[in-house]
Design a protein around this ligand. Structure first.
Ligand SMILES: Cc1cc2nc3c(=O)[nH]c(=O)nc-3n(C[C@H](O)[C@H](O)[C@H](O)COP(=O)(O)OP(=O)(O)OC[C@H]3O[C@@H](n4cnc5c(N)ncnc54)[C@H](O)[C@@H]3O)c2cc1C
Length: 304
């Protein structure tokens, strides 16, 4: 890849300010792990985003979009291609009564605080999920029996062909921690959520209760990427991991949390290789002992 030529293309299109070369992705993941992205872009609006996609097409460079990197394991060699993170212009909110249109780059923590202040109910479960709205849609993020699918009215996204489409939930096929936009190279731009009128004190007390549950059960004070595996039908992944003796297992500076075995934590300068070793070791043990094939919730990005 000729960085000089590509940088010139960014200059030609007037978007040189949105691009960085060799940006360490450890700065953009909650695990604080990950090698450099060849090209890292933070577009501030749809026009800049379209220009980035044009560059990707012109030079035949693949692109990936990330949110807050809270469900990602970026590999140590980093990413060969363009990594896009939505900027300022994708963090807008527009309320019409109980319906809110929200930019996909908005953090759930912030959105949760704003809807609480307006006395709108529906996002209590999301108030301490550290991702963006875009990532939450892709993963159908959820907590305590609630999930994004419960409140989504429509999702607007940009396709690889640079078409903007809006799709309501039946077309999104939401399932446990996924929807059919996953792995389709679409970029979610905006989401319309249908909330309910609620009582501010009650909403706040539910949020506090959820925070307490997390503090008791999860290693919230450590670097992690949330749950590593989905719960298999009728089981909890954490329990299975405990039963195969992998709780507390470590490799380099990565360890299976002693508090919740479905979390892998970075205790210092862990590498993606360390984390992957633990993931594969858990998969092997659970398969051998229980005959269950664990499905990964964490997504892996980068050059193997
Ligand atoms: C401490 C901790 C607690 C967590 N608790 C929960 C929990 O309770 N429930 C839960 O469900 N998850 C939880 N998670 C996991 C994670 O926060 C969620 O899955 C979150 O929705 C991911 O959002 P993100 O913006 O960080 O996405 P990323 O991790 O950056 O990306 C995840 C996926 O979404 C895609 N993506 C992101 N933005 C876009 C976009 N705009 N358009 C298209 N694709 C996009 C990426 O390509 C990737 O495939 C937790 C994580 C941590 C670290």
């Amino acid at each position: 890849m000729n960085t000089y030529v590509i940088n010139n293309e960014f200059i030609k299109k007037g978007i040189e300010k949105v691009v960085k070369f060799k940006e360490p992705l450890m700065n953009h993941t909650s695990l604080k792990i990950g090698g450099p992205a060849d090209i890292f872009c933070i577009p501030n609006d749809i026009e800049e985003l379209m220009k980035i996609i044009s560059i990707s097409q012109k030079f035949n460079i693949p692109f990936w979009v990330i949110g807050n990197g809270t469900n990602l394991l970026v590999l140590d060699k980093g990413v060969r291609g363009i990594v896009i993170k939505l900027g300022k212009g994708f963090k807008k909110m527009n309320f019409i009564d109980k319906i809110v249109k929200v930019g996909a780059g908005t953090s759930l923590l912030y959105l949760g605080r704003i809807t609480l202040n307006r006395g709108l109910s529906g996002l209590e479960f999301a108030c301490n999920i550290p991702g963006t709205l875009g990532g939450a849609i892709i993963n159908n993020a959820g907590f305590n029996g609630n999930c994004m699918a419960d409140i989504v009215q429509s999702v607007t996204f940009l396709t690889k062909e640079k078409k903007i489409e809006s799709v309501p939930p039946p077309g999104l096929n939401f399932k446990y921690r996924e929807c059919n936009l996953k792995d389709k190279s679409v970029i979610i731009l905006e989401v319309t959520l249908q909330l309910k009128e609620g009582n501010k004190e009650k909403i706040e007390s539910i949020i506090k209760e959820y925070i307490k549950i997390r503090e008791v059960k999860q290693p919230v004070d450590k670097l992690s990427a949330g749950s590593i595996f989905k719960n298999p039908p009728s089981y909890y992944a954490g329990e299975l991991i405990e039963k195969v003796g992998a709780k507390g297992l470590s490799q380099g500076k990565a360890a299976v949390s002693n508090k919740h075995a479905n979390f892998i934590i970075n205790n210092g300068n862990a590498t993606a290789r360390d984390v992957l070793y633990l993931i594969e070791e858990i998969e092997k043990r659970v398969k051998n002992i229980f005959g269950i094939k664990l499905v990964r919730e964490i997504q892996i990005l980068g050059e193997p």
